[in-house]
Design a protein around this ligand. Structure first.
Ligand code: ADP
Ligand code: PAZ
Length: 309
């Protein structure tokens, strides 16, 4: 007997056929190159077949949500004030969330009804290294206790309620720490994308979750053995690039490692921190997403699961 699934499953061909022919491909190879993360291989064909139908669907949802908001405010005999549509993007470390988030952001700006699309990553809400060290949890970066989740919820709540110029802290992968003097300012976007490993997590004793503010959510999924390989491959690329920069936190630690030594270090970090977090805290949130994008070994998205309404 087939097990009940709350999702409708599409293979890539079926999903691509849902493309709206009035929405032409509006991205060039040069633009795509700028959006691609390190060790990511998204192609223009994938943009056309996967991301255009997806952003068209989100565009329709944004319109419907704006109408529903207008109806409610008119029922309440109030003046309608536009509130941002909020999209959460979750998934493992190294699964390619940032590339997906940047692509969706760029494509969504092409519609006149929502030109202003902002993106924040939840790593900005990690506690600074000094605090993590004091708490003795420097080796738990990415685990729920390493984030100032109250501050994240307050931030999203303020943006959603229409507050202008809401500030979000910033994280640097280069310094591996919060940037104390830098902040992003989110000022009345039409759409806000919130990307991070933890955005669909719930906490038993909390009255509110980050995802309570989401209008739509996406989980990027892949087999663990593939994500682990991408993590190690990316670590090797970083060793040859970012780690060579003397400002990199990893410069003195890893820049001079041989390829074999770097593979051992990357495997260890993956297994002892990121894989553990994936099992304990990230994968359990997959079934809460409204849409799941499943990536295959060569990074391409081959299956899409859309939650039945
Ligand atoms: N140590 C590092 N130094 C510099 N950049 C990094 C480092 N680790 C990760 N990055 C970059 O940070 C971005 C976010 O990575 P990550 O949080 O693993 O999410 P994802 O791979 O799902 O986008 C990626 O573009 C990655 O290339
Ligand atoms: C900062 C991260 C937790 C990722 O956070 P994200 O932006 O994906 O929410 C991750 O990149 C990280 O630093 N993990 C700790 C182990 C490691 O160095 O890979």
């Amino acid at each position: 007997m087939k097990r009940y699934s709350p999702y409708i499953e599409f293979d890539r061909k079926e999903w691509a056929s849902l493309k709206d022919h009035d929405t032409p491909l509006s991205l060039t190879e040069i633009e795509l190159e700028k959006l691609r993360g390190l060790n990511e291989q998204v192609s223009l064909q994938e943009v056309e077949e996967v991301y255009l139908p997806l952003t068209h669907l989100i565009h329709l949802y944004v319109g419907a949500s704006q109408q529903l908001h207008q109806l409610t405010t008119s029922f309440l005999q109030k003046k309608a004030r536009k509130t941002p549509y909020i999209i959460g993007i979750a998934g493992s470390v190294a699964v390619g969330k940032s590339t997906t988030a940047r692509l969706i952001q760029t494509l969504l700006t092409r519609w006149d009804t929502h030109r202003k699309v902002d993106l924040v990553t939840t790593d900005g809400f990690l506690y600074p290294n000094a605090v993590l060290e004091k708490k003795g949890i420097m080796n738990r970066k990415g685990f729920p206790e390493s984030y100032d989740i109250k501050r994240l919820i307050q931030f999203i709540g303020e943006v959603k309620s229409g507050k202008p110029k809401v500030k979000a802290p910033k994280y640097s992968h280069l310094t591996y720490d919060i940037l104390p003097d830098e902040q992003s300012v989110i000022d009345h976007p039409d759409i806000l994308i919130v990307e991070g490993i933890n955005v669909l997590q719930v906490k038993k004793d909390s009255p509110l979750f980050v995802s309570d503010f989401f209008d739509f959510s996406i989980f990027i999924d892949a087999e663990e053995k593939n994500i682990a390989r991408w993590y190690v491959e990316r670590f090797q690329l970083l060793r040859q690039t970012a780690f060579q920069n003397p400002d990199s936190y990893f410069h003195s630690r890893f820049a001079d490692l041989s390829e074999e030594e770097a593979t051992v270090v990357a495997h260890h970090t993956w297994e002892s921190i990121n894989a553990k977090n994936l099992h304990e805290n990230i994968l359990p949130t997959k079934g809460r997403a409204q849409l799941i994008l499943k990536k295959e070994a060569n990074h391409t998205i081959q299956n899409i699961y859309l939650r039945k309404l």
